[in-house]
Ligand binder design. Structure first.
Ligand code: FES
Length: 126
């Protein structure tokens, strides 16, 4: 049986503070955390890129580029409208907003936080 998570939920914003598809960066005990509202869900990441510490949560949200090879060998690229990445503004490395995993190197992952939305308040387990 798993143990209950003892970390406290901290209220960090109101849902109304979050722009659709835009980040809000908050300071929690000296740690900058980016909060992103995307497609009706809210995600939170430490605002420090695993590559070289760039402010990743302030990057652009971009559709994931998907490439398929047809039976004839032709490459077809498309940009997803539902599979969204955040691109770090320093060097452009992209991370899956939903999981925090780096698209190009699965060894890199954003530090994410559990988000709970209750009565219009955004709370993080920190
Ligand atoms: S510091 Fe984020 S891509 Fe380099």
């Amino acid at each position: 049986m798993s143990q209950p998570d003892e970390r406290a939920l901290r209220t960090v914003a109101k849902m109304s503070d979050l722009e659709a598809d835009g980040p809000l960066v908050v300071d929690i005990d000296g740690t900058a955390i980016g909060i992103i509202r995307l497609g009706g869900k809210v995600y939170a990441f430490r605002n420090s890129c695993p590559h070289q510490g760039g402010p990743v949560a302030e990057g652009a949200l971009v559709g994931n580029v998907e490439c398929k090879v047809t039976e004839g060998g032709a490459r077809r690229e498309s940009v997803s409208t539902s599979d969204i990445n955040i691109a770090c503004p320093w060097h452009g490395i992209e991370y899956d907003v939903r999981t925090g995993l780096c698209r190009g190197d699965k060894r890199m992952k954003l530090k994410s936080y559990e988000v709970v939305v209750q009565q219009g308040l955004v709370k993080l387990r920190v």
